[in-house]
Design a binder for this molecule. Structure first.
Ligand code: KG4
Ligand code: ZN
Length: 340
């Protein structure tokens, strides 16, 4: 089976092709111009997706030595994301499906991330604990199969990636902030400042708005960003990164103590963070679990994960009509509730 995947939920346009079990193309075009605005401008994002999606599909087919008529299934991100951006990829995919008379599947972007570990040579084994850490979402899940995903916890305010982005902006390090904070942190002292991270009553939930405010207060107490030396900024970045990752691993440890799993997978943009990777790998070794953290190419937004998820849904009997609608946010009851 040859699957075409299209991703356009935010500021990356991506097109991928999976031929049988082999990923033959995963082209990603990042809209770097949003940096000039300090965040993603939805209208500009939609226009850029519209300009690039067709050329990317052509390039992906060429790279895979295939023509459009060879494609058996077309999948595209349906949500969550920016509605105008989603509409571009989704409508394009539906048009192809209609013209080629091939099935179409609208993919949930978060589910794309959840199964992105399967794009790696060594794949997660069910059941696994999945920590989803992206710019828009932070979720701790128990994944039993391709169709059974239980939610253990989620963020009650900011997502982990959002916290990295906001703190980076606050320190004048630019957007998006994850890689910049990681770089600054590598030159700083993580024990310099004790930034607290909330521990909530629901022990698998997360909250990152407090640590962001604590960073703001710290900067203000030192007389504002203009008064900070590079060393001060590096120390703040390192201490913030330490506290944020501590909160993520704290809840993961709780889940490891409570649920019998075979593996752990950390996915989404923040999974590219080297400190998070090394902390989770240590934990996996300690608990004797197999760990799968996708390569950077599959951590950030990409269409390979959308093609893979489309394929796994198709193989589980899912078919979508062309009336399938895009959705901007993840519904609170999207995943199964864990009662034990
Ligand atoms: O999954 P993703 O590409 O997009 C969403 O679906 O949201 O995640 C983007 C997020 C951004 O917040 C970005 O700052 C963060 O991932 N990120 C990182 C790193 N690289 C990207 N956060 C921490 N450390 C990194 N190295
Ligand atoms: Zn994402």
């Amino acid at each position: 089976m040859k699957v075409l995947g299209i991703e356009s939920s935010c500021d990356e346009t991506s097109v991928a092709i999976i031929n049988e079990d082999k990923l033959t193309a995963n082209l990603i075009s990042s809209q770097d111009f949003h940096q000039n605005y300090g965040g993603v401008v939805p209208e500009l994002s939609s226009r850029a997706h519209l300009q690039i999606v067709n050329p990317l599909v052509k390039d992906a087919l060429k790279k895979s030595n295939l023509s459009l008529n060879d494609i058996d299934l077309i999948s595209a991100t349906a949500g969550p994301g920016l509605i105008g951006a989603l509409l571009v990829g989704l409508t394009y995919a539906k048009g192809l499906s209609l013209a080629l008379e091939k099935p179409f599947i609208g993919v949930n972007h978060i589910e794309g991330h959840i199964f992105s570990g399967f794009l790696m040579p060594e794949k997660p084994e069910f059941p696994y604990l999945c920590l989803v850490v992206s710019g828009g979402h932070t979720l701790l899940l128990l994944v039993e199969s391709f169709t059974k995903i239980y939610k253990l916890g989620s963020t009650v305010d900011d997502a982990a990636g959002e916290a990295f982005d906001k703190v980076s902006k606050l320190l004048g390090l630019g957007y998006p902030g994850g890689p910049q904070i990681q770089e600054a942190a590598s030159n700083g002292d993580e024990n310099k400042i004790n930034f607290p991270v909330s521990d909530l009553k629901q022990k698998y939930n997360f909250s990152f708005s407090g640590v962001k405010t604590a960073v703001l207060r710290n900067v203000q107490s030192q007389g504002g960003i203009e008064k900070l030396s590079e060393e001060d900024k590096n120390n703040i970045a390192a201490s913030f990164q330490f506290a944020t990752i501590k909160a993520l691993t704290r809840n993961l440890i709780r889940a490891l103590e409570n649920y019998e799993v075979k593996s752990i997978s950390v996915v989404g943009g923040v999974a590219a963070n080297s400190h998070l990777k090394s902390e989770v790998t240590k934990l996996a070794n300690q608990y004797g679990k197999f760990i799968v953290i996708p390569d950077i190419e599959f951590c950030g937004d990409n269409a390979a994960m959308i093609a893979f998820r489309g394929k796994s849904l198709y193989e589980n009997g899912v078919r979508h009509k062309l009336s399938y609608k895009p959705f901007p946010s993840l519904s609170t009851n999207h995943f199964l509730e864990m009662t034990k």
